[in-house]
Design a protein around this ligand. Structure first.
Ligand code: FRU
Length: 483
């Protein structure tokens, strides 16, 4: 079927030249398009989906509405890469069946022999009353990236849950069965995650029950999106995106959050030694890890650098959001550490270090990598000051790092959820910042904390000023290309 109903329009219904016209508008954006982050060619990107290593290359899918910067009919855009520099376009997942009539919502992938099994939510709406009916579906791709078949596994939410059951993430159980975990909302409108099991891909899923997480304060939380359960270095890691957590002074600053719990899972009960936000920036949501890695010494993750229900300044150019850089996650000193993938570092061209006394103009600062030792001493650094007085500020008072966007282009996030983001630290030494036109990813103390944010300053100058001398290492990550 070719769906074409308002914003629920499939790419198969595009008119001749329609996408090219949108693409031309996207290309008019000379300020904010990134060089080395994955961004949609047109329209809106949200969650990373179906991340899997097939033994030779990495498959990356993401939620995509091709026609505009809004949440319309969701497709899964699909790329493969083996070097994280060249991204080869592969067959997307397109809604064509009744069990996905209003979009192929999020999900994950599992290598089953030499096939890629995608588990995802089919979003549908009943014609009479627009009632949402969720389906959990399966699509099989070959390693070359071609769709072989699709079918629906489950129709409707199981008893005890509302229609908000979605985002299946599959994995193998210790006995080799296929399991998947879905985000869900209980009938009492609280958020949770539920587990299903199947003997093999031909089987029908059985509900095992909820994932209990007693160490998490679930008060006010009405939905868990994008759950992800995996082993990392002898421990269990649960990553999810709960909605409704109240804001606090130094954490949970955004509308919704991406959290992790590290600990041990036994019989559906997750005993967590730590529960924390994965990232403390303005724009980080719906992270997902790769399946199919050869071992679980580390995990590999992408996230959506954006948040639900918010507009962004690039919407007028008809594109919205990007993914973070691929991130390596490790357990270190009992905590979760995150840094860009080793290959990203290998592809940074380092320049001579510079000492900045007060102010400096740095070539292509807005697509650079910066590294310095803060020596656990307060600082205040200002980036990209332009003639209108816009700038981005990063400051440290000896206890807390603050990223201040108050003097950059106003965004809906800032209007509704504040203009600063904070990160409390016992001490601060290594600071690494990756800038890419309208995004910055900050990694502190070798990955102990991360802050990922978009920022919008047009006509910026590649200037940096600071209130004390700084010895800066500077480099340039290689741009990615599409094939
Ligand atoms: C998270 C999310 C998922 C859903 C998808 C739809 O951002 O809302 O729960 O499957 O996006 O695009």
């Amino acid at each position: 079927m070719i769906f074409n109903n308002g914003k629920y329009k499939s790419i198969l219904a595009a008119q001749a030249g329609e996408l090219e016209n949108i693409r031309r508008r996207v290309e008019e954006d000379k300020d904010f398009r990134p060089c080395y982050h994955l961004a949609p060619p047109t329209g809106l990107l949200n969650d990373p989906n179906g991340l899997i290593f097939d033994g030779e290359k990495y498959h990356i899918f993401y939620q995509w509405f091709p026609f505009d910067a809004l949440h319309g009919m969701k497709h899964w855009k699909h790329f493969t890469t083996s070097d994280w520099l060249c991204y080869k376009e592969a067959q997307p997942l397109i809604p064509t069946e009744a069990f996905e009539s209003h979009g192929c919502y999020s999900g994950g992938a599992l290598m089953v022999e030499d096939k890629i099994a995608l588990f995802y939510t089919g979003n549908t709406r009943r014609a009479e009353d627009n009632q949402r009916i969720p389906y959990q579906n399966l699509a099989i791709f070959d390693k070359a990236g071609n769709l072989l078949e699709k079918r629906s596994l489950l129709e409707n939410a199981p008893p005890g849950y509302t229609e908000h059951v979605r985002d299946p993430k599959p994995f193998f159980s210790a006995t080799g069965k296929i399991r998947f975990i879905c985000g869900a909302q209980r009938q009492d409108l609280s958020g949770t995650a539920i587990l299903f099991e199947m003997d093999d891909l031909e089987d029908s899923p059985r509900l095992l029950g909820e994932l209990e997480l007693p160490d998490f304060d679930n008060r006010h939380v009405f939905m868990w999106e994008c759950p992800d359960l995996l082993k990392i270095d002898q421990q269990d890691l649960f990553i999810w995106s709960p909605q409704g957590k109240p804001r606090e002074k130094l954490q949970y600053q955004n509308n919704y959050h991406a959290l992790y719990a590290l600990g041990h899972l036994s019989q559906g009960r997750f005993n967590a030694e730590s529960v924390a936000e994965l990232d403390q920036g303005f724009d980080f949501y719906a992270p997902q890890t790769f399946g199919g890695l050869p071992n679980n010494e580390y995990a590999l993750l992408y996230a959506w650098c954006g948040l639900p229900d918010l507009s962004y300044p690039t919407d007028s150019y008809r594109w919205h959001s990007m993914l973070c850089m691929p991130r390596e996650i490790r357990v270190h000193k009992g905590e979760l550490y995150q840094q860009p993938l080793a290959q990203i570092y290998q592809n940074i061209k380092m320049a001579q270090p510079v000492t900045v006394e007060k102010e400096i103009e740095l070539k292509d600062l807005d697509r650079s990598y910066l590294k310095f030792d803060a020596q656990n001493t307060p600082f205040n650094i200002c980036f990209f000051a332009n003639r209108k007085g816009q700038r981005l500020t990063l400051s440290y008072d000896g206890k807390t790092l603050c990223l201040d966007r108050s003097h950059s282009e106003q965004t809906e996030t800032m209007l509704k959820f504040g203009e600063q983001r904070y990160c409390a630290l016992d001490s601060l030494h290594q600071v690494e910042i990756f800038f890419d036109r309208s995004i910055l990813e900050i990694f502190l103390n070798g990955g102990e904390k991360a802050m990922t944010s978009r920022f919008f300053i047009a006509d910026r100058q590649n200037r940096l000023s600071c209130d004390r001398p700084l010895l800066l290492e500077i480099g340039y990550p290689q741009a990615i290309s599409y094939k």
